[in-house]
Design a binder for this molecule. Structure first.
Ligand code: FAD
Length: 501
């Protein structure tokens, strides 16, 4: 293998998602003379644009899908290789791509992302959403659907059930409340009425890129327009595309076959027991079904609460698994419990000269008490950026310390058209009973929850235009004893910003 090497690069980065591209940008800017290769399975790369530091740790940005030539024009020593990595040989510092080429590296960073954790493999009636292609497939199938079942309780399920119209949605969640990954039951209660109300008219232009499908271009490949600048690029179908990101559903009409708005029924505290085709159902004993009438559907799903529903298809939105498979064989990577490549506080895996960043890795350093890993867009950017810095620092023999962004977990997003800010241990993660909550809620307007431990603020959930994020971020980072303020902390008549100035 070693002598088949076509070329040896100083740095190879695998994956054209946010983590990989940010790592490339960082390395190429820090050491412009180094030859860098980006090997990616997808035809386009994802780039961060309009980056905005909202506060010390909160950040917002847009994501654009662009042809890789954009990156090559910017960095003359960068080579983009469009192929998937088939195997990695850490001993000979080389990797082989599916088109049979072998490349050597001095330092490697794996940013291969994740893949949907599907309820079942190879069932044509079970869909996962990961990339543009799968989102388009969902849209196509939905246009003919009368009823779908959505399984999962994370961000993707939350957005999907809110966006789908003209089709009945049965939403099966394993928890007592919706959005358990992000909220507690109180926040869920605050959001539930939005599922019953009509969606507000979208008058403001979308801040983020949109992806709209168009008719397949001659020759079979399809085209999609990305972003508000209506930049259009050809795109062939990919085997392992980059994960979609914020606002993935913007511009994709999630409209079922019927008229009318949203119809969502919730099934709490249940998981999937079995998925049947209509033939399997006909051949099974009658007691297989719960109280729901059979009807005639292409697929049926039996839940652990005893109910069975027929539907046009099932959306499996039960999270992602790190996409480590192509890199493991013959190597000695330490894997975390969630299947990610373990990385230390320099983003290094257990194999020499191999780094990893983004959804594919698991942060295994001793975390700051206010930070946890979540496989999110922002963390993919932060990890890619920091991995690039660490790789450069090693080559330049410079010391480097864990970046400040890993001090405090922070995330801004939108659910059910509300701005949502999550800070620190926003759900009391890992605190056991050693915490108390302060909550302020104005129906339809805002939901503010503060998590206190030992009198200090350790986390917060802010839904709506609360304008509290910066103050709360400071209070968490300063570890100030807030006992004297008690419940006044959330008194809406006090301008808290002035209070702590
Ligand atoms: P990816 O973006 O998945 O990129 C992986 C790259 O590796 C791809 O380019 C792929 O082609 C390439 N690759 C894979 N295998 C190989 C191989 N063998 N050889 C070569 N290349 C390979 N996060 C948020 O913060 N907010 C949201 O609102 C949000 N919404 C989401 C909605 C959906 C539908 C999904 C699926 C995810 C969402 N996320 C969201 C999560 C976010 O998209 C991911 O955390 C983030 O994109 C991870 O970036 P990454 O660079 O690690 O991986």
């Amino acid at each position: 293998m070693a002598n088949r090497k076509e070329k040896t690069f100083r740095f190879i980065i695998v994956g054209g998602g946010i983590a990989g591209v940010t790592c490339v940008e960082q390395l190429s800017s820090q050491i412009p003379s180094a030859d860098v290769a980006l090997i990616t399975a997808s035809p386009h790369i994802k780039t961060v644009t309009n980056y905005r530091q909202v506060s010390k740790t909160l950040e917002e940005f847009d994501v654009e899908e662009q042809p890789s030539s954009v990156l090559e024009e910017k960095f003359p020593n960068l080579t983009v290789i469009h192929s998937a990595v088939k195997s990695l040989h850490t001993r000979s510092h080389s990797l082989e791509t599916t088109d049979g080429r072998v490349f050597g590296y001095e330092k490697l960073c794996i940013c291969g992302g994740g893949r949907p954790k599907l309820l079942t493999q190879e069932n044509p009636y079970v869909l996962g959403i990961r990339d543009t292609d799968s989102a388009q497939e969902l849209q196509k199938r939905l246009s003919k659907a009368k009823r779908i079942v959505v399984v999962g309780n994370g961000g993707i399920a939350l957005e999907l059930v809110y966006e789908v119209e003209g089709c009945e949605v049965i939403w099966a969640v394993k928890d007592k409340a919706i959005g358990n990954t992000f909220f507690d039951a109180g926040a869920a209660q605050f959001l539930i009425p939005s599922l019953e109300a009509d969606k507000p008219e979208k008058d403001a232009p979308c801040k983020r890129p949109r992806y709209t499908t168009e008719e397949p271009a001659p020759g079979g490949s399809h085209t999609f327009t990305a972003d508000r600048n209506a930049r259009r690029q050809g795109s062939s179908s990919t085997e392992a595309g980059s994960a979609l990101g914020p606002d993935w559903h913007e511009g994709i009409v999630l409209q079922g076959s019927e008229q009318g708005t949203r119809r969502v029924s919730l099934e709490y505290q249940c998981e999937v027991e079995k998925i049947f085709t209509s033939e399997e159902l006909l051949n099974s004993p009658p007691q297989t079904l719960g109280h729901e009438n059979v009807g005639s559907w292409p697929v049926y799903i039996k839940l652990t609460n005893g109910k069975t529903f027929g539907c046009d298809f099932v959306v499996s939105a039960t999270g992602v698994v790190p996409n480590t498979e192509p890199f493991l064989h013959g190597n000695n990577f330490a894997l975390a419990e969630d299947g990610g490549l373990q990385v230390d506080d320099h983003m290094m895996t257990s194999e020499p000269d191999v780094y990893a960043a983004g959804d594919v890795c698991t942060a295994c350093w001793e975390h700051s008490p206010m930070w946890q890993q979540m496989r999110l867009w922002t963390q993919a950017r932060q990890m890619g950026w920091y991995a690039g810095r660490c790789m450069a620092a090693q080559v330049l023999s410079e010391p480097i310390e864990l970046d400040f962004c890993f001090e405090l977990f922070s995330h801004i997003t939108k659910f059910f058209n509300y701005k949502v800010v999550l800070l620190g241990k926003f759900n009391g993660q890992g605190l056991g009973s050693d915490h108390e909550l302060l909550v302020r809620c104005t129906k339809g307007l805002e939901y503010v929850k503060v998590v206190l431990s030992g009198g200090r603020m350790v986390g917060a959930v802010l839904i709506g235009e609360t304008d509290l994020e910066e103050t709360f971020e400071n209070l968490i980072l300063n570890e100030m004893d807030l006992t004297p303020y008690g419940e006044e902390l959330l008194n809406p008549n006090i301008d808290i910003e002035d209070y702590f100035d």
